[in-house]
Design a protein around this ligand. Structure first.
Ligand code: IPE
Ligand code: IPE
Ligand code: MG
Length: 248
């Protein structure tokens, strides 16, 4: 059997892949461990997927690491996740550098602990001149927050007459979102068998292909990413048109 890697059409690599990394808690439970152990193992999956995405030439990879709603988890779990984030960034920066990866973060970062932000910014700064994969961590992120935040900024710019209401269209609105620098994702992956978006990119996934897998995040590896990409490449993206229009 050919590997999924060999079945990928290199001319149809999605520019932007987004992933809802879910199932760490259930993974831990199945292994008789506490939830945090699942999160720890999830870091290995991130490493593998970042490597894989870079190998095949994905330009942007957005990983949903912590949602606005996740702040409501037990305090110990939130603290463990923040600690793990710092630990992972510190441990991975060298290899991200070697792999020519850039780093960015999107989300409502104000409530994030100062030392986490400091760490993140230090890493971002070290990787800023890299030209390979752009890794975007969605932290304290929600799609509705993103849309509301954009709306407020647009309202301010209308009020101060920087822009005219009539000029508000898709492209202008997109330019106020936290993802203004990246194209909309062609492919959205969610692990762990849940069929929902959980307030991830909402505006941006208007025409994304959705891929759901039963695999729990800590078991997900680059080969699973390649499988999702092969699946994506075999879909017909019609964008509201008829099939005949696509070939002409
Ligand atoms: C995803 O795994 C990680 C975060 C949301 C931070 P979960 O912690 O949601 O794992 P499950 O869904 O409880 O298995
Ligand atoms: C979504 O997972 C958020 C992240 C993966 C960071 P959740 O586990 O928080 O989502 P729900 O609760 O199943 O919707
Ligand atoms: Mg979950």
């Amino acid at each position: 059997m050919m590997s999924f890697r060999d079945r990928i059409d290199n001319n149809k690599i999605p520019k932007h892949v987004a992933i809802i990394m879910d199932g760490n808690g259930r993974w831990a439970e199945r292994h008789g461990k506490i939830r945090v152990v699942g999160h720890e193992h999830g870091v290995e999956s991130v490493r593998s997927v970042v490597e894989g995405a870079g190998e095949i030439g994905v330009q942007h990879l957005t990983l949903y690491a912590f949602s606005t709603e996740n702040w409501d988890r037990p305090r110990e779990e939130v603290e463990a996740l923040m600690g793990l984030l710092v630990q992972a960034i510190e441990a991975e920066t060298d290899s991200l550098m070697e792999n020519n990866v850039r780093l960015d973060a999107i989300g409502d970062l104000d409530p994030m602990p100062a030392h986490v932000l400091e760490n993140l910014n230090k890493c971002k700064d070290r990787l800023k001149n890299n030209t390979g994969l752009n890794l975007i961590l969605a932290l304290s992120y929600s799609g509705q927050w993103d849309i509301l935040n954009a709306t407020k900024k647009i309202a301010q710019d209308v009020a101060s007459q920087k822009i005219d209401i009539e000029t508000i269209d898709h492209d202008l609105f997109s330019s106020y979102l936290s993802t203004s620098e990246v194209p909309e994702p062609e492919l959205l992956i969610r692990t762990s068998g849940e069929y929902r978006i959980s307030n991830f990119l909402l505006w941006q996934i208007a025409y994304s292909e959705l891929y759901f897998t039963q695999k729990l995040w800590p078991d997900f590896r680059k080969e699973d990413l390649f499988e999702a990409i092969v699946d994506y490449q075999n879909r017909e993206r019609r964008f509201g048109k008829t099939r005949e229009q696509l070939t002409s």
